[in-house]
Design a protein around this ligand. Structure first.
Ligand code: CTP
Length: 409
């Protein structure tokens, strides 16, 4: 799936050592299907050559407002107009302290700042990826400029934290190319969940037998993590309560790691009071060993196998769905059903049993561990199939389906 197919990005580079990351960003944007028109300031050319960026973007690079070459197929010697008119976004990465100060004042004495000023402000967003030394970033002048640029409608991305080229350590690094790519993809997603707070459970739980053994299941957590990412991209604040999984936390998502069903319930209770939507994708163990041994259970050579007694775990979704906030409609609950057969019938019954307005059915053996899935959405009105696709594509569709149900309430 090319995430930026059909998008035209003007990628501006101002002067800073982070220009080397802009080359990788350019490549990543092209790989995701975007056309990329690079514009560089004179300062940027001290750090990286236009030849590199021409090779990576497959287009001539523009560096001067006096460049009379045909720009976007127009020969009027006005690259600042022509280049900005066809853009879906102008992305300045790196955006140096000096370049942001310049933008703030509406100065326009080089092609990139001129183009930013000349862009149709209502239609062509300006996205800035700041990059500078930590003292420069922390300086009141820079912070004042960032605040004013935001007030003027620019989207100022976060800065990274860590070792800097100057040898110091702190805030101000430009985000890594893959982080920037993720933020740009997110930028173009419709903000259908703006103002919502989502609480998502994901992954398996692990129920201890003793300190080294336990019972778990094959859930990978991928669907829940994809929903967390899609919800964040759609503008929601997201808390992800995750069982033991080896997945990276989606950007901008708050993650709480848990092991057992009881810990997952506690983590959910701690957060659910502020949530407006609960999406329970976790494959919670239905039972846990009645007693977890404090020490490893040893083979004693007698050949007698230990007998395990089980007790039932709390049903997290059903418990929350029965709460006052859920019943009054302040909290919208979405359940999942992992079935092996008769999906529609089982999922319909489960929706009623769990007391949730929306239940998402899937076939367990056909989804666990995979990157794709197929979903069946079941609500009071009936059922809708979301055909097999990547989990992220399905998560975005599900986010849209949740958003439209929130509006329709
Ligand atoms: N769920 C939960 N807590 C549990 C069990 C399930 O919150 N202890 C949630 C899951 O996260 C999912 C939904 O309930 O959203 C259904 O989970 P599933 O395992 O399919 O159903 P069960 O209730 O366990 O029913 P069964 O195993 O009989 O199919």
């Amino acid at each position: 799936m090319q995430e930026l197919a059909g998008k035209h990005i003007v990628l501006g580079l101002s002067g800073g050592i982070a220009c080397y990351k802009a080359a990788e960003l350019c490549r990543a944007l092209v790989k995701q299907g975007a056309t990329v028109q690079v514009v560089m300031t004179e300062a940027a050319e001290h750090f990286i050559t236009a030849t590199t960026l021409q090779a990576l973007s497959g287009r001539p690079v523009f560096t001067s407002q006096w460049d009379g070459r045909s720009a976007s197929g127009v020969d009027n010697a006005m690259p600042h107009i022509n280049l900005s008119r066809e853009a879906d976004a102008v992305v300045v990465a790196p955006a140096s302290a000096d370049f942001m100060a310049k933008l703030l004042h509406g100065r326009a004495d080089d092609l990139l700042s001129l183009l930013c000023l000349a862009r149709p402000i209502d239609r062509v967003p300006l996205i800035l990826a700041p990059a500078m030394n930590r003292e420069m970033w922390a300086h009141p002048a820079t912070q004042r400029n960032v605040a004013q640029l935001k007030a003027d409608g620019a989207h100022v991305l976060d800065v990274g934290q860590g070792d800097q080229a100057c040898g110091e350590t702190g805030d101000g690094r430009m985000l890594e190319p893959e982080e920037l790519l993720g933020d740009l993809i997110a930028f173009f997603q419709p903000k259908v969940l703006a103002g919502q707070r989502l609480l998502i459970t994901a992954g398996p739980t692990f129920e201890a037998i003793d300190p080294v053994r336990g019972i778990t299941n094959r859930s990978s957590g991928k669907m829940g993590f994809a929903i967390a990412q899609a919800a964040r991209e759609a503008g929601a604040e997201v808390t992800l309560v995750a069982g033991p999984v080896a997945l990276a936390t989606p950007r901008g998502v708050r993650r709480v790691d848990v092991m057992s069903a009881e810990q997952m319930l506690q983590a959910v209770w701690a957060d659910v009071g502020q949530a407006t939507v609960l999406v329970a994708t976790a494959a919670v163990a239905d039972w846990r060993p009645a007693q977890a041994a404090d020490q490893k259970i040893k083979k004693d050579g007698s050949g007698v196998v230990p007998a395990l007694a089980f007790v039932e775990n709390p049903d997290i979704l059903a418990t929350v769905a029965a709460s006052e906030r859920a019943r009054s409609g302040e909290l919208y609950c979405v359940g999942f059903a992992a079935e092996s057969h008769d999906l529609l019938a089982h999922a319909q019954a489960k929706r009623v049993r769990k007391g949730v307005p929306l239940l998402v059915g899937n076939i367990g053996p056909e989804t666990f561990g995979r990157d794709d899935n197929a979903l069946l959405l079941i609500d009071e009105q009936g059922s809708v199939e979301l055909p097999r696709a990547s989990k992220l594509a399905l998560a975005r569709q599900l986010v849209g389906a949740i958003a439209s149900r929130l509006v329709a309430r």
